[in-house]
Design a protein around this ligand. Structure first.
Ligand SMILES: Cc1ncc(C[n+]2csc(CCOP(=O)(O)OP(=O)(O)O)c2C)c(N)n1
Length: 351
């Protein structure tokens, strides 16, 4: 049996020891704040989708600890190649709510400038971001840049050829990459038992990646594990792989009904391991946060929710013909003809 690294028990008890030496009240309050704001943002986006303001939303509820704990272990100069459910990580990088929602409202091809935040655009083609991350890391290493590259992906994505090619490529090139897998137990309606024959950490180790399995609902363990792995990668010890065991509390997307394929009992079990509740218990038990802290945070979350709603509704649809603008860097006559034909067709309607 592999050891699952954990610092914060479900009851909010902190396992003291050398691994917990960097944990203090300030860090815990900061991580808690990140998680609370991320959850409120995610809830708000879900409601906006239900009100018809967004075309689709993929909730990150339940995965806040995995994302916040890991992204907060990086430097701002490190690069991140995310998947599509990594909203908590994106918010920590300073990406604006309107930028995060634009793609899901269908008004932009992505939403933010990856270079500004060192956070690549969401990748919906499963695992395509892994070779991107490795390629970028090899280039940065070649240029002598002191950058670490982290890529987020789900356990389902690890079955893609591209993921396995990326593991091998990174290992053989000793690329400064940290592979961060959020094992949320489900790839849409396929449970982990049906996804792989050997545990993921074993497969990663087989490729030559240094490997850790961590309780992904324990933000402190995730933070410490990622900090350590990042340090080792930075020191030139080669790529690392972290598997964070967590749970997708919501459906796969707003188009999914998870009651069709998973039990209430399973959901109830994971609700008892909620990452926010766990850290709150610690903050209260140790007296690391008072009522004023929680009240102020609640007000901050409410203000964020209002900002999210306003920003979303203010995102105007672009002119339809602009869809031709970003197809090719150097549009040729064929694309120009298609555009002209489309404009003529659209103009043929009375209104
Ligand atoms: C190459 C590719 N194949 C299939 C899909 C359809 N698809 C979208 S999400 C998904 C499940 C992904 O599961 P996982 O990687 O565990 O991430 P999670 O959604 O659980 O966060 C599938 C099969 C896709 N987007 N891209």
């Amino acid at each position: 049996m592999v050891e699952i690294f954990q610092l914060l028990g479900p009851d909010g008890d902190l396992r003291d020891g050398p691994s917990a030496s960097a944990i203090d009240a300030e860090l815990c309050r900061a991580l808690f704040r990140d998680m609370v704001l991320a959850r409120r943002f995610d809830d708000e986006a879900y409601y906006l989708q239900r009100q018809g303001e967004l075309g689709l939303w993929l909730q990150s509820r339940g995965q806040e600890a995995a994302q916040v704990g890991s992204i907060r272990a990086l430097r701002d100069t490190d690069w991140v190649f995310p998947s599509y459910r990594d909203h908590a990580a994106a918010l920590c990088r300073g990406i604006e709510p309107a930028e995060l929602l634009a793609q899901w409202r269908g008004v932009s091809q992505s939403g933010w400038d990856p270079a500004r935040y060192r956070f690549h655009i969401y990748t919906l083609v499963l695992a395509a971001q892994l070779p991107h991350a490795v390629g970028y890391a090899i280039g940065a290493q070649h240029d002598g840049a002191d950058e670490l590259v982290m890529t987020y992906f789900g356990e389902g994505s690890s079955s893609e050829g591209e993921a396995n090619e990326a593991f091998n490529w990174a290992a053989t090139m000793a690329a400064p990459v940290l592979f961060f897998c959020q094992n949320n137990q489900w790839a849409i309606s396929t449970p982990t038992q049906a996804q792989f024959g050997a545990p993921l950490h074993q497969r990663a180790a087989g490729f030559g990646l240094s490997t850790q399995v961590v309780d992904g609902n324990d933000v402190l363990a995730v933070h410490v594990a990622t900090s350590r792995a990042a340090e080792a990668v930075r020191c030139g010890e080669g790529p690392a792989f972290i598997e964070a065991l967590t749970y997708r509390i919501a459906g796969h997307s707003t188009s999914d009904d998870p009651t069709r394929y998973r039990s209430d009992a399973e959901l109830d079990h994971w609700q008892t391991l909620d990452p926010l509740d766990r850290l709150r218990r610690l903050l209260e038990a140790r007296g690391w946060a008072d009522d004023g802290f929680f009240t102020h945070l609640e007000a901050e979350a409410t203000a964020l929710a209002e900002r999210v709603r306003g920003a979303c509704r203010a995102l105007a649809a672009p002119e339809a013909a602009s869809m031709f603008d970003h197809v090719l860097a150097e549009p040729g006559p064929a694309l120009a003809a298609e555009r002209a034909a489309y404009v003529e067709y659209a103009g043929s309607f009375l209104d």
